[in-house]
Design a protein around this ligand. Structure first.
Ligand code: Z5A
Length: 213
């Protein structure tokens, strides 16, 4: 899957970090530059993926094994890559994705303790070499994110995990950002929503400059 004329941007962060809030502003900014954009999410984004999402986040599916959870995340991803992301990039559209493969390293790897080499093997298979050009990591203390997300109705199956789980997730995301500084931009998600949007727009500037050239 090397035919790629658009740009691929992923958003990552813990629960309540503000990804959905940022996506709305970012989408408007990118579209305002005359760029055709596809916004999608993981798990989900396709009919198959949304069906998988309902299973994997079902708060009543308490018995789900960590291996099953990992495979379901990648099943959704394999479909999204082939049905949505790769065709959009090949057509010159930009793709804005709410979470991608970094989430599996953070949640299923650091959070659940699944071996990282197994996740890497699944990535090679399911993602077919398709990695984001830019990943915006919204970083926020776990307690702040959980407080923001509280009161939204029934928590999904993963949201019911203990704080220690989410501390491992956050540490994993931060370590991945430090290890890949060219791809990641770490944004302090404790700022106002407007400040977060401006930081994200600044991070996009090199891609937008390339588009204008
Ligand atoms: N998951 C996984 O385990 N493995 C994988 O490979 C993948 C996913 C792909 C679903 O993700 C779950 O799937 C997720 C990881 C797992 N589980 N957890 N936890 P999701 O992205 O659909 O759900 P989420 O992470 O729970 O997102 P969220 O809680 O909806 O948060 P958000 O989109 O980042 O936040 P928000 O809705 O924009 O904001 C939350 C609240 O804060 C809201 O009231 C806003 O008005 C407010 N907000 C937003 N920004 C600000 C600022 N800057 N200041 C103050 N208040 C703010």
């Amino acid at each position: 899957m090397t035919d790629r004329r658009g740009h691929f941007i992923s958003l990552e962060g813990g629960e309540g970090a503000g990804k959905s809030t940022l996506l709305a502003g970012l989408r408007a900014h990118i579209a305002g530059q005359g760029i055709e954009l596809v916004q999608t999410r993981e798990p989900g984004g396709t009919p198959v993926g949304e069906a998988v999402r309902a299973i994997v986040l079902d708060p009543h599916a308490r018995a789900m094994a960590a291996e099953t959870e990992l495979l379901l995340m990648f099943a959704s991803r394999a479909q999204l890559v082939r049905e949505t992301i790769a065709p959009a990039l090949a057509a010159g559209r930009w793709v804005l994705c709410d979470r991608y493969v970094d989430a599996s390293y953070a949640y299923q790897g650091a959070g659940r303790g699944q071996p990282l080499e197994r996740i890497a093997e699944l990535e090679r298979w399911a993602c077919a070499g398709l990695a984001p050009d830019l990943t915006l990591l919204l970083d926020l203390p776990v307690a702040t994110g959980r407080a923001r997300a509280a009161g939204r109705g029934e928590a999904d199956r993963i949201e019911t995990e203990a704080d220690a789980f989410f501390e491992r997730v956050r540490a994993s995301y931060r370590a991945r950002a430090a290890a890949e500084p060219r791809r990641f931009r770490l944004i302090d998600a404790g700022q106002s929503a407007e400040a977060v949007l401006q930081a994200a727009i600044a991070a996009l500037a090199p891609l937008l400059a390339g588009h204008a050239a």
